[in-house]
Design a protein around this ligand. Structure first.
Ligand code: M6R
Length: 607
C-alpha cells in the first residue's frame, strides 16, 4: 500500500505535503515524492528511500506552488528507485496513485503503439500517459481523466493535477480509501484522515467509484454513474498530537504502553454501563442460529482469530473454521447456509481479508467485522462491525490493535455463549469480571520491561528462536515469532509445544533460545514437560509464567519472566505484552528500523 496526499489553496503547499507524508509513512517508505504546479508548469522532487531523503533534497531545492500532490510508496510494480517514485508526470499531468492497475500491461502496449515512451516500470505511469494522450487529442483535463478512469481495472485511489491549472485536483476512489479535508481557503486529499489532522478536522470520505473535483473553495463529487452527489462531512476526532511519539523512542513502544488505556476503552465499550454485562447492541448475527463460524484474517489479526477459535469452541460450543484470508478466498469451500463470516482487521483495508468478506457475502453468509479504522472499506461492507478502540496504530508491527481484537473476541465469545445457552450465569459473571481486570494487569505486566530488556541482551545475537505454547498459547507463540521476525529480522517459529517432538526438536541446541509461554492452565504440567525435553538437549528456555508456574519450572529455565497471576481465559491478552516487549528490545539492540521494518507496509492492499 502507498500513501497519497494533495492540497490546493493559497499557501505554499510543499511543507504541508511533507508533513502529510510524514503521517502516512507507515503506509510505505520505499520512496517519496511531491509535484506542484506553477506558472512554469509541473515541477517535482522525488527521492529513493525514506521521507528524510526527500526532505533533505527539498531543503536544497525547494518546490514552490500553492497546489500539489505527494506520495509515499510501497513498491509493487518496479523496484524502489527514484525513477519509479511517484508522482509520475508528463508535461501535462502529474499523478499519485495507491493500489494496483490490473490491466496496465494491456494499456501500456496500446500506448506504445502510439509511440508513447515510458520512463518507469510502474503501473501508475499508464494513467499519466493515457490522460496525456486524451488531452493531446483535444479533451479537457477533466474529460481525459474521466475517460482514463473508465478504462482502468483494479483497486486504487488517485490524485491528479494539470499543467496550466493552479486550482484543480481531480481525485478518484475505486477500492482503496480516500479522505477529503475541507479547510479554510484550501481543500485536501489523503489516504488517511490522520495525514490531515493538523490542517482540518472537517473530513468526508469518497465512496467507491466516486470522482471528485477540488478547488481551493469547492468540491464537486460524482458517483460511478456520473451523478453529482454529496458525501457527509464529519468532524474528525483525530487530533494532531495523536500520532506523536510523545516521550517514547518509537511508535511501537508507545503503542505497547498504551495498552492498559485502550484495552480499558475497548472493554468499556463492550459492556453495558449499568449492568456491566457484555453488551453488543449493533450485533446483527444471531449466534443461537448459526452452526459454524468462519474466521478469516491475515498476519497478527489471523492469530487473534486463532485464539478466538479456542474460546468460541470451548465456551460457546460453536465450531469455528479458521483460515488465512488469502487461502480461504481460493479454497472453494463448500457453502453452508447456517454459517456466518467474521473478518478481523486493524486497517479494514487488507485486500485479501476484504475479498474474503466479499466472497462470504456473495455466498449468502451473514458477515461481521472487527475493525480498528472506523471509515474503512470493511467497516462499510460488513453487515455488522465491532470497532476496537486502539486508536491510530502507526508502528508497522501490530501491538495494541492485536490485544484490542482479542478483548473484542473474548466479549463476543461470552455474548455467543449466553445466546447459545452454553454458559452458566455464574461463569458468565466470572469471565466478564476477569475481562475487566485486564487493564490493571497489563499495567502491572509493563513494569517487567526492565527485566525483559536485560533478557533481550542475551537473546538478540541468536539466529533462530523458537516459541512454544499449548492451547491459546499456541497462537500466541506464532504471534511472538511473527513479532520477532518482522522487526528484528531474526528467524523465528511458533509451534504447539506438544508438536515439538515431531520435528522442531532437532533444531534445539544452546544457540537456539526457546520462549515458552506457560500460564498455569490445565495444560501446565504438559507444557513444563516439554520444557524439560528442551533443557535435556542443552536448549536454553525463557519461561514466561506466573509465580506458581515459575516456581515449578524455573530450575530448567535459563531465564524466567514472572507475570502477574490471571485467569487462563484472559492469559492471551496479558501474555502478548512480554512477547511484544521482547521483540521490541531485541530489535532496538540489533539497530533495525523498528517502526518501519524493511519490505513491510502497515496495510497490504495488494494480493
Ligand atoms: O490491517 P490488518 O489487521 O488487516 O493487517 C493484517 C496484517 O497485515 C498485519 O497484522 C501484519 O501481519 C502486521 N505487520 C503484524 O504485526
Amino acid at each position: 500500500m502507498c500513501g497519497i496526499v494533495g492540497a490546493v489553496g493559497k499557501a505554499e503547499v510543499s511543507p504541508l505535503l511533507l508533513e502529510g507524508l510524514n503521517r502516512l509513512a507507515y503506509r510505505g517508505y520505499d520512496s517519496a515524492g511531491i509535484a506542484t504546479i506553477t506558472q512554469n508548469g509541473i515541477d517535482r522532487r522525488r527521492a529513493e528511500g525514506k521521507l528524510q531523503n526527500l526532505v533533505a533534497k527539498m531543503a536544497n531545492d525547494p518546490l514552490p506552488g500553492t497546489i500539489g500532490i505527494g506520495h509515499t510508496r510501497w513498491a509493487t510494480h518496479g523496484g524502489p528507485t527514484e525513477n519509479n517514485a511517484h508522482p509520475h508526470a508528463s508535461d501535462k499531468v502529474a499523478v499519485v496513485h495507491n493500489g494496483i492497475i490490473e490491466n496496465y500491461q494491456e494499456l501500456r502496449d496500446e500506448l506504445s503503439k502510439h509511440q508513447v515512451r515510458f520512463e518507469s516500470e510502474t503501473d501508475t505511469e499508464v494513467i499519466v500517459q493515457l490522460i496525456t494522450h486524451y488531452i493531446n487529442h483535444g479533451m479537457t483535463p477533466i474529460e481525459a481523466s474521466r475517460k482514463t478512469l473508465a478504462r482502468l481495472h483494479g483497486a486504487f485511489s488517485l490524485g491528479i493535477i494539470f499543467a496550466g491549472d493552479e486550482n484543480l485536483i481531480c481525485a478518484a476512489r475505486r477500492g482503496t480509501p480516500l479522505a477529503i479535508g475541507h479547510g479554510k481557503d484550501a481543500m485536501y486529499i489523503a489516504s488517511d484522515a490522520l495525514a490531515l489532522a493538523p490542517l482540518t478536522n472537517q473530513i468526508c470520505y469518497l465512496s467507491d467509484g466516486d470522482f471528485a473535483l477540488l478547488t481551493a473553495h469547492k468540491i464537486e463529487i460524482y458517483d460511478d454513474s456520473g451523478a453529482r452527489v454529496e458525501r457527509p462531512v464529519r468532524t474528525s476526532s483525530l487530533s494532531a498530537d495523536m500520532i506523536g511519539k510523545g516521550e517514547y523512542r518509537h511508535f511501537m513502544l508507545k503503542e505497547i504502553h498504551e495498552q492498559p488505556e485502550v484495552l480499558g476503552d475497548t472493554i468499556n465499550a463492550l459492556m453495558h454501563p449499568a449492568s456491566g454485562e457484555v453488551y453488543l447492541p449493533e450485533m446483527t448475527i444471531d449466534f443461537a442460529k448459526i452452526n459454524r463460524l468462519t474466521i478469516t484474517a491475515c498476519g497478527t489479526a489471523y492469530y487473534a482469530g486463532m485464539v478466538a477459535k479456542y474460546w468460541f469452541e470451548q465456551i460457546a460450543k460453536l465450531p469455528v473454521e479458521l483460515d488465512i484470508a488469502s487461502e480461504w478466498r481460493y479454497r472453494d469451500v463448500p457453502v453452508e447456509t447456517s454459517n456466518a463470516m467474521l473478518v478481523i482487521s486493524q486497517s479494514g483495508e487488507t485486500l485479501d481479508t476484504l475479498e474474503a468478506l466479499r466472497l462470504a457475502k456473495k455466498n449468502g453468509y451473514p458477515s461481521f467485522a472487527i475493525i480498528n479504522v472506523p471509515e474503512s472499506t470493511m467497516a462499510r461492507e460488513a453487515d455488522a462491525t465491532v470497532f476496537t478502540k486502539a486508536g491510530p496504530e502507526i508502528g508497522v508491527a501490530s501491538t495494541k490493535a492485536f490485544t484490542t481484537q482479542l478483548a473484542t473476541l473474548a466479549a463476543l465469545t461470552l455474548h455467543a455463549a449466553k445466546l447459545r445457552g452454553t454458559i452458566t450465569a455464574d461463569n458468565l459473571r466470572a469471565l466478564t469480571a476477569h475481562l475487566r481486570e485486564i487493564p490493571a494487569l497489563m499495567a502491572e505486566a509493563l513494569r517487567l520491561e526492565k527485566e525483559i530488556k536485560l533478557i533481550a541482551t542475551d537473546i538478540h545475537t541468536a539466529r533462530d528462536v523458537l516459541y512454544l505454547g499449548r492451547g491459546t498459547m499456541f497462537p500466541m507463540a506464532m504471534e511472538g515469532a511473527l513479532k520477532l521476525k518482522e522487526i528484528s529480522y531474526i528467524h523465528a517459529e511458533g509451534y504447539a509445544a506438544g508438536e515439538m517432538k515431531h520435528g522442531p526438536i532437532a533444531l534445539i541446541d544452546e544457540d537456539v533460545p526457546v520462549i515458552l509461554l506457560a500460564p498455569p492452565d490445565a495444560l501446565l504440567d504438559k507444557t513444563l514437560a516439554n520444557m524439560q525435553e528442551v533443557a535435556a538437549r542443552g536448549g536454553k528456555v525463557l519461561l514466561i509464567s506466573d509465580s506458581k508456574g515459575c516456581t515449578r519450572g524455573k530450575r530448567n529455565a535459563a531465564w524466567a519472566i514472572e507475570m502477574p497471576a490471571c485467569d487462563p481465559f484472559i492469559a492471551p491478552l496479558l501474555y502478548a505484552l512480554p512477547i511484544q516487549l521482547l521483540a521490541y528490545h531485541i530489535a532496538v539492540l540489533k539497530g533495525t528500523d523498528v517502526d518501519q521494518p524493511r519490505n513491510l507496509a502497515k496495510a497490504v492492499t495488494v494480493e
